[in-house]
Design a protein. Structure first.
Length: 188
């Protein structure tokens, strides 16, 4: 099942689960199935993160062209609040965000195209998150915006002072200072 969000290209994917007395089976990624829904992103790298504490924030991150990344995010253990922010200049939704609760129990996923900031906060301890990326990690192209930027007004469900952050994320720039490398391509 594919559910569109208010941000063009950001979709929630719920893979079908086949359950029996042993548990369940599902395909978490199938290039042909996604293509039937118009999703033709090719993924080249898989990443996994583990967060010990509830309230761990990772993001808001992006990689600039030519290493811009689309991401397909899912949770292997625990629950997160996953967020995408449109940073495509000229987009009618520039600076707007959507959030989605992803959990291992539900098995849902969030597809975030290139041109969006991405970040998440853990809602349970001991969260393991896996995500596919459409381009390899390229540190020279990475950028970040503060997760608690007042211009974005993202509701993370935690007090900003309680967030567990990396030093890099704590030092991220303000949204107002972002010189976005992305432009919105209008489709007729």
């Amino acid at each position: 099942m594919i559910e569109k969000t208010e941000l063009d290209g950001v979709v929630i994917i719920e893979p079908r689960r086949f359950t029996d007395s042993r548990g369940y089976f599902c395909e978490t990624y199938n290039i042909n199935t996604l293509a039937e829904f118009g999703i033709t992103t090719t993924f080249v790298q898989d990443n996994q993160s583990f967060s010990e504490e509830t309230g761990t924030v990772r993001g808001l991150h992006f990689q600039a062209p030519p290493a811009a990344q689309a991401k397909l995010v899912r949770v292997l253990s625990g629950v997160i609040w996953d967020v995408a922010v449109d940073i495509r200049s000229g987009s009618p939704t520039f600076g707007r965000w959507v959030g989605c609760e992803l959990s291992a129990e539900k098995g849902n996923q969030l597809l975030i195209p290139a041109g969006f900031l991405h970040g998440f906060v853990t809602r349970t301890p001991k969260c393991t998150v896996a995500y596919k990326c459409s381009a390899p990690y390229a540190p020279a192209t990475e950028g970040a915006v503060r997760f608690d930027d007042p211009d974005l007004g993202i509701d993370w469900g935690i007090r900003p002072e309680d967030a567990v952050l990396s030093d890099k994320d704590a030092a991220a720039a303000a949204f107002a200072d972002l010189n976005t490398p992305f432009t919105h391509e209008a489709h007729p």
